[in-house]
Write a protein that binds this ligand. Structure first.
Ligand code: PGA
Length: 253
């Protein structure tokens, strides 16, 4: 009942030309997939990516947005601007934004409300740091991020959004959480959402992110609560991103 969703977060990579090339390479490779496929270019390459992806099964997302719609906020980009470009998704609260740009659960919550107001599907990121994991605080941290970051919504809004569990120590490090660890935290996130919004939000899709590769995606996707992946480094290469999207071909179950 939860359709798998695999999203590529290109981070600060790809000019317009490179973005177009990558989408052209991806289109035939992922065209037969029943997985929801999303790519998230930097703001400057969104228009080119939307154009290149037109008519294909690839949707486009942004990597951030500001919570106000218009105004004197130099350098910021708002929900209506992203909608205008043809974005359908937006990543909110990525750990790099929390770490380098001062994002908090409070700003995540404002951005989440702004995204929903403009019919963008949020991909809300949560996850503990290495220190927090080693101190045994993983579930406590993730619960706070979910309770504070995702508060004040209607249950039907919660059903449409996507949560990405990304342990900070697994991002860009080559060190993936074990499938069992990822499953444990993702099931806990689902329970936390149900405690906040009721049983029906069992339909909310929850991704895993952090060093996802063609070699580990099938095992992750085999877990009952993992509904997809948010992929950084491996999404910059068409062959490896397509292999992740087409994980069912390698699943031996
Ligand atoms: P990674 O990044 O796949 O390069 O570890 C994941 C992410 O930051 O979303």
């Amino acid at each position: 009942m939860r359709r798998p969703i695999i999203a590529g977060n290109w981070k600060m990579h790809n000019t317009t030309e490179k973005a177009r090339e990558l989408v052209e390479l991806l289109k035939p490779l992922v065209g037969a997939s029943d997985v929801e496929v999303v790519v998230c270019p930097p703001f400057t390459a969104i228009a080119a990516t939307v154009n290149a992806a037109a008519g294909s099964n690839i949707s486009v997302g942004a990597q951030d947005l500001f919570w106000e719609d218009w105004g004197a906020y130099t350098g910021e980009v708002s929900g209506p601007m992203l909608k205008d470009l043809g974005c359908r998704y937006v990543i909110i609260g990525h750990s790099e934004r929390r770490q380098y740009f001062g994002e908090t659960d409070a700003t995540v919550n404002k951005k989440l409300h702004a995204a929903l107001r403009h019919d963008l599907v949020p991909i809300v990121c949560v996850g503990e740091t290495l220190d927090e994991r080693e101190a045994g605080k993983t579930l406590e941290v993730v619960r706070r991020q979910v309770e504070d970051g995702l508060k004040g919504l209607a249950p039907d809004q919660v059903e449409t959004l996507v949560v990405a569990y990304e342990p900070v120590w697994a991002i860009g490090t080559g060190r993936t959480a074990t499938a069992a660890d990822a499953q444990e935290v993702i099931a806990f996130i689902r329970d936390t959402l149900k405690a906040m919004y009721g049983e029906r939000v069992g339909a909310t899709r929850i991704q895993y992110g952090g060093s996802v590769k063609p070699e580990n995606i099938a095992e992750l996707m085999a877990q009952p609560d993992i509904d997809g992946a948010l992929v950084g480094g491996a999404s910059l290469d068409a062959i490896s991103f397509a292999a992740i999207v087409n994980y069912k071909e390698h699943q031996h179950k």
